[in-house]
Structures are given as C-alpha cells and as structure tokens.
Design a protein around this ligand. Structure first.
Ligand code: PLP
Length: 393
C-alpha cells in the first residue's frame, strides 16, 4: 500500500536537494566551526552561507539571525530572553494570545510563575484576535507582545503586519512565531516590523533540530536578550553550544528553495487543497471548516465532522494508509481537545470531532483523488459503528 501523507504541518519530508547539501558535513566536513584550522573554517563557511540564505527568506540581514535547535527553543529564547532582559525595569506585563503553540504558551506560563502578569487575548470564530482589544491591552508597563503568525492547527493567518505596527506604536517589543508561515508566506521584516521572529527548518523541507530566531538589529544592543544556554559564547554570545552544522546547512538550502519556489508551491498545493475541500464537503454530511477558507494557509484544512471522533478517524485513516492529525502534532498523546479550536468557540465535543489535513510540496493529484475516495467511507464506517447514519446528521 502506498501511504499518503497529509500531515505537512507536523513535519515535512526532507527535500532531496537539502539532503545533498547536508551529507558532506556528516563526512569530511565534520569540523567545529569555532576551530581556527581549515576543518573549522569549512564548517564556519557553511554557517555563514546558511545565515545569508535564512536571512534572505525573511529579507533580514545575516547578523540578525541566531541559530537554535528549532521552533520551540527560538520561541522560548525570544519570549523568556526578552522578559528576563533589562526590559524588566520597564514593567512586568506581557501579552500573548490564547491560540499560540505550546512552546509559546508554556514559556508565558513559566514567566507567570516568576511573577509576570500575562494577558491572553481571545480570538473570534476565524481564529483572529481583535485589534482594538490588543491596543487596549498594552499599557506603559507592557514590555513584550507575542502573537502567532499562522496557526499550526487551523492555518489561520493573523493580520501580523497590522498587529506588529500597533505593538510598536504602543512602545512594546513584538515577537511572532512564524514557524508555520515561513516557507509558505512571503515574509519581509521590513513590512512586518517584528523585533523577534521564530522559524523552524522541518516545517519547510529542512531537517529537524534546526531553527532560528530573527533578532532585529539594534534590539540586542539595547535590550540584550538573556541567553537560555550559557557556555562557549557561540552565536555571538546569544546561544552557546557547537552549532549543528549539517542541519543548519540544510536549513539554509531549504530557505533558498522555499524563497525561489514559494509562488509555484502555493499555486499547485492550493489547487490540490481546494479540490480536497470540494470533494469532501460535497460527499460528507455534517462537515464544516474550522476557520475561514479565505483566511487560512493554502495547504491546510481543519474540519469538524459531526458525530465522528477525530482520534478514531485518524486511526482508521492510518489503517487505510492516510496520515492526518488531530490537534497539534507537538501535543499528541494528550487527551485534551485542541485549545485553539475551543478558543475559536467550538465546544469540547466539536473540538474532539475535528481533524487536520495538511498538504505539501510532494502531495500529488493521484493522492488527493485516492484520499477523497477513502475519507468519506471511513467517516461512514465510524458513524455506522456508533449506530448513526450520515443521512440523519
Ligand atoms: C506554530 C509552531 N510553533 C512552534 C513549533 C515548534 O517547533 P519545533 O518542532 O521546531 O520545536 C511548531 C511545531 O509544530 C509549530 O507548529
């Protein structure tokens, strides 16, 4: 059975072109980038090149990129590094949203335990925060605001440029978790005036264990984010530890490919995603999109299917060879329904009856055709086993 992977928001396959660039750094190019001999210099060159490529993806300067172990570390470094910096003198108030990834939410919760006050902004039925509420939530004592760029579960894209402008007008620092946006949406830090921005390589066909935090030039001079990891002072003192050279080199190439192929990926994947939506919404009764089709990432569909447990459906589909997800991949194993869907107003039952399909660069038409045939049958089987029929729903 050929398996069909529809869980690209959890992890993307490594692009073979990325693997080709990584391989030499597992072999002869194993040097430590901090060493001054030629082995070290080779590795250092790979980091320098990757820094340029990653910077270009978001139209930043190479000096504004700090390499990390991924999105979770970048989010923790951005949020806690800023909160625990000199800025603390300004005040102890922080603002974020109720639909963040756990790596942001938990960073804020840990700061709350250390005495910070945190405002969690709610969202509307499409998953967007209210801009007036944002404006009102920021006071003279607010040091940092963090808002997700594009949501991993629903694909909802926030009006991030406007949000960043409001935060900057009010004089607070702004961080955005752009893990799901990078490589899918053209990001330009001149248009989105974020001070801190998180990306992760394995969401855009790079390897796991590589990410970056963009730190706007000047921020570190004025604020000096507090490092999470102390040691040899790599990454200009921001993040100690020998850099993961093969993974960082891979992230560089993945960034270059994403930037070059962004438009083409979008055009192709959106067509497939829209086709899947069309087929499923006409063949399954009680089928509803969580979010607004015009305001979500082009590769994502998060849907509520009445009377069908998302976990049961994803397990049934896995047996049929189709990989989908319920809730965020990083929180799998938890029984709680998605905090994102509940923040959008879904009941616990509705949130538990939702699944996410996310497509990507290697999804093809044949796979979508096959999936569009299998999914309604799996839904029907689950409903029949529960004693209901789709006609009644
Ligand atoms: C929006 C978002 N932020 C952060 C992360 C964490 O990234 P990483 O897996 O690289 O730690 C993820 C991963 O699912 C994500 O989707």
């Amino acid at each position: 059975m050929k398996r069909i992977y529809l869980d690209y928001n959890a992890a993307t396959p490594l692009d073979p072109r990325v693997l080709d660039v990584m391989m030499p750094y597992f072999k002869d190019g194993f040097g430590n980038p901090s060493s001054i001999h030629s082995f070290g210099m080779g590795a250092k060159c790979a980091l320098d090149r990757a820094r340029e490529q990653v910077a270009a993806l978001i139209n930043a300067s190479p000096g504004e990129i700090v390499f990390t172990s991924g999105g979770s570390e970048s989010n923790n470094y951005g949020v806690k590094g800023a909160a625990l910096s000199e800025l603390r003198k300004k005040g102890d108030h922080l603002v974020t949203t109720s639909v963040e990834h756990e790596s942001v939410l938990e960073a804020f919760r840990s700061l709350e335990k250390s005495g910070f006050r945190v405002t969690y902004l709610g969202v509307d039925a499409s998953g967007i925060i209210d801009l007036d509420e944002l404006r009102d939530s920021i006071s003279d004592e607010t040091m940092l605001v963090s808002c997700i760029f594009a949501n991993n579960e629903t694909g909802t894209v926030m009006p991030i440029a406007e949000i960043a402008r409001i935060v900057k007008e009010k004089g607070a620092l702004f961080h955005t978790d752009a893990v799901q946006a990078a490589g899918k949406i053209k990001i330009d830090v001149n248009e989105v005036p974020a001070d801190l921005l998180t990306i992760s390589a394995h969401k855009f066909y790079g390897p796991k264990g590589a990410g970056a935090l963009y730190v706007r030039d000047g921020i570190n001079r004025n604020v000096r984010l507090r490092p999470l990891i102390h040691g040899g002072g790599q990454e200009r003192g921001s993040r100690s530890g020998t850099e993961n050279v093969p993974a960082v080199a891979g992230m560089g190439t993945a960034s270059e490919i994403a930037l070059r192929e962004l438009k083409e990926d979008e055009r192709r994947i959106k067509k497939l995603r829209d086709g899947l939506w069309e087929r499923l919404s006409t063949s399954i009764a009680g089928f509803r999109l969580n979010g607004d089709i015009d305001g979500i990432l082009f590769n994502t569909l998060n849907v509520y299917i009445s009377g069908v447990s998302g976990d049961s459906l994803s397990m049934a589909l896995d047996l049929d060879g189709i990989a989908v997800s319920t809730g965020s991949a990083c929180s799998e194993g938890k029984v709680d329904p998605s905090h994102v869907l509940m923040a959008m107003g879904l009941s616990r039952e509705e949130a538990s009856s939702s699944v996410r399909f996310s497509l990507g660069r290697f999804t093809d038409n044949g796979e979508i055709e096959t999936a569009a045939g299998i999914i309604p049958r799996a839904v029907e089987r689950i409903r029949e086993a529960r004693g209901g029929s789709s006609a009644a729903l």
